[in-house]
Design a protein around this ligand. Structure first.
Ligand code: HEM
Length: 217
């Protein structure tokens, strides 16, 4: 019995020490297999790099939420003002905001998200919440690049002095609806990131500790 006890102490019996050591070994084994995950061990980020990339990812993706909120606010102001100069200036500002902040932040959120997924045990196509976020961000980028940027350019052109304003009201509504869909998708993605639903056991376990990604961080 004593030979089975790796480190007997004054406060533990040999039997309990053996059980404790076994439990610790089991826990380590489980943690090791969790840490390995589906990705190759050599391709994983170190803890410091992972935190830095994760911080950049949160700044970019949540910053994009802020950009969409401002786009809606400016769209409402421009739609309702009776001041033609303010209206045109607001659409010019929205155009600049879309190109100078919206596009760079969307690209950064996409690149950092994909890199994080591939260089951590999460994987890109293993968890529902990551797959859905990926699709949502593609939808946001497609709406932004394919539709909203055109509409904002149209709005800036139509509100220039002397320009033909035919169809202005319709495009104003399209812009607000498009930005509304983008904002909704990004808010859903933010909730998915924090709750991480339909995850594996490790997620459920780490939820109990109050840290969504504690077991893989
Ligand atoms: C291509 C799309 C995306 C992919 C592949 C992706 C992937 C990931 C991964 C793997 C993590 C976990 C990082 C870690 O534990 O080290 C993460 C965290 C996070 N993501 Fe994304 N993401 C994407 C888009 C988004 C979007 C659109 C948003 C929100 C607008 C977002 C918000 C967040 C937040 C807030 C976290 C931090 C969660 C936490 O630490 O508990 N992500 N993302």
């Amino acid at each position: 019995m004593v030979a089975e006890s790796p480190a007997p102490s004054s406060s533990t019996t040999p039997g309990s020490a053996s059980r404790t050591a076994k439990a610790a070994k089991d826990a380590k084994g489980t943690q090791d297999s969790r840490m390995k995950g589906p990705a190759k061990k050599g391709r994983q980020f170190s803890r410091g790099v992972r935190r830095a990339v994760n911080s950049g990812h949160v700044v970019a993706s949540v910053g994009l939420v802020g950009v969409e909120i401002v786009m809606i606010m400016l769209g409402v102001i421009a739609k309702n003002t009776g001041d033609a100069t303010l209206q045109h200036a607001t659409y010019q500002l929205m155009r600049m905001l879309a190109y100078a902040a919206g596009i760079p932040l969307a690209v950064l959120a996409m690149v950092s998200g994909v890199v994080l997924a591939l260089r951590t045990p999460w994987g890109l196509w293993k968890h529902q919440w990551i797959k859905v976020k990926f699709v949502l961000l593609i939808v946001v980028i497609a709406i932004g690049a394919g539709l909203v940027s055109q509409w904002v350019r149209d709005l800036a052109d139509k509100t220039e002095v002397g320009a033909d304003q035919a169809g202005l009201a319709a495009v104003q509504w399209y812009q607000l609806a498009g930005a509304g869909v983008q904002l909704t998708a990004l808010v859903v993605a933010t909730f998915l990131s924090v709750y991480k639903p339909s995850g594996s056991g490790r997620v459920a376990k780490s939820r109990g500790s109050g840290r969504g990604s504690a077991s893989v961080g």
